[in-house]
Design a protein around this ligand. Structure first.
Ligand SMILES: [Zn+2]
Length: 345
């Protein structure tokens, strides 16, 4: 990757080749924070799951492994809320902050190595309900939005105020994106992008910094029509479409009931693979900073949508907040005849 004389061709082929090997459809992992908490992590902190890079890297590795054993083909690093600015506010030096970002990618790569090891020793058979199958696995380095760093819920409103400009967003993300790209991931995952300005900032950064790792850009919506800021999804997806370094575009952290319509809208403006990883549909109480119990859909209901999403054009499917390895295992089950179910790419 990245070493050929034509980088653009080489980075766009990463996703194409990966999807071909996966039979046209691939599975992304599920909610990270939910699963870390289940393993006993305390996430009551503005750094959220990034805090565990500091306090409990073994739990982060375990959650990645849980998702691989549930059938995920792509695991997303715990760097969503890991920012140099956030770590520095906690008293870490610039060097330490950059090392933590790098660590998030290393931990995911370690989990992939451990997974491949257990595949070898299991001789391809599944053990205790764990899916142990040698297959291409990608590590995607998560980049949360500026709103995720603010930790005030603004990644769900997309309202950054007048003082935030294209330039300030690029400055905010620049060093983090460089460090993550140099840490050895297969992809950069720009997640939960709430507005057009931030999508533009990412697209320009990829070009300006000549980032050699391909990226995806994933938006969120709360009305099934626009992205959360109210900006047009079609305009947002068009920005992703016009950036050669972006190899997939889609939606995450959005209720399942909205996904079908959103994929159809994106499909009209992109030739790139479409990714979706919805949340469980539970509502989030921003004041209390907690999920409202029993407002979401069950794993069965979640999975009942999956074929439909693929028929309308999604080729990468996973889960976001409040989904678990069980959700991913259910998606894996439903897509196990994946190549047979779909027309060729
Ligand atoms: Zn989410």
């Amino acid at each position: 990757m990245g070493q050929s004389s034509n980088e653009t061709v080489s980075s766009s082929s990463v996703m194409t080749e990966f999807l071909q090997q996966a039979g046209g459809l691939a599975i992304i992992d599920g909610g990270f924070a939910t699963e870390l908490e289940r393993h006993g992590a305390d996430l009551n902190d503005p750094l959220w799951s990034a805090k565990c890079l500091l306090t409990s890297p073994h739990l982060v590795r375990q959650v990645h492994l849980d998702y691989l054993e549930a059938g995920a083909d792509i695991i997303i690093t715990a760097s969503y809320q890991a920012t140099i600015q956030g770590f520095e506010a906690k008293g870490y030096s610039r060097g330490e902050s950059e090392a933590l970002l790098k660590r998030s990618v290393e931990i995911a790569c370690e989990a992939r190595d451990a997974y491949y090891k257990s595949c070898e020793s299991s001789c391809g058979s599944n053990v205790d309900g764990r899916i142990l199958k040698q297959r291409p696995i990608l590590v995607a380095a998560s980049v949360g939005s500026y709103g995720a760093y603010l930790a005030d819920g603004s990644e769900y409103s997309g309202t950054y105020g007048d003082t935030i400009t294209l330039g300030s967003l690029k400055s905010f993300h620049r060093r983090r994106v460089q460090i993550l790209a140099e840490s050895g991931p297969d992809l950069i995952a720009f997640e939960t992008v709430p507005n057009k300005l931030e999508a533009q900032a990412y697209a320009e950064l990829l070009e300006e910094e000549e980032i050699k790792i391909p990226a995806w850009i994933s938006f969120n919506s709360k009305d099934g029509v626009n992205v959360v800021s109210g900006d047009s999804l079609v305009e947002c997806a068009s920005i992703a479409e016009s950036c050669k370094k972006v190899v997939a575009v889609g939606i995450n952290c959005t209720p399942p009931r909205f996904i079908h319509g959103l994929v159809s809208a994106i499909k009209k403006v992109t030739t790139k693979p479409i990714l979706i990883y919805p949340n469980s549909g539970e509502s989030y109480d921003a004041d209390r900073k907690e999920w409202v119990q029993k407002t979401g859909v069950s794993d069965e209901d979640f999975v009942s949508y999956v074929k439909n999403w693929c028929e309308v054009g999604a080729s990468l499917v996973g889960g976001c907040c409040r989904t678990t390895p069980n959700t991913i295992k259910a998606i894996h089950g439903t897509l196990s005849n994946r190549s047979a179910a779909l027309p060729p790419l």
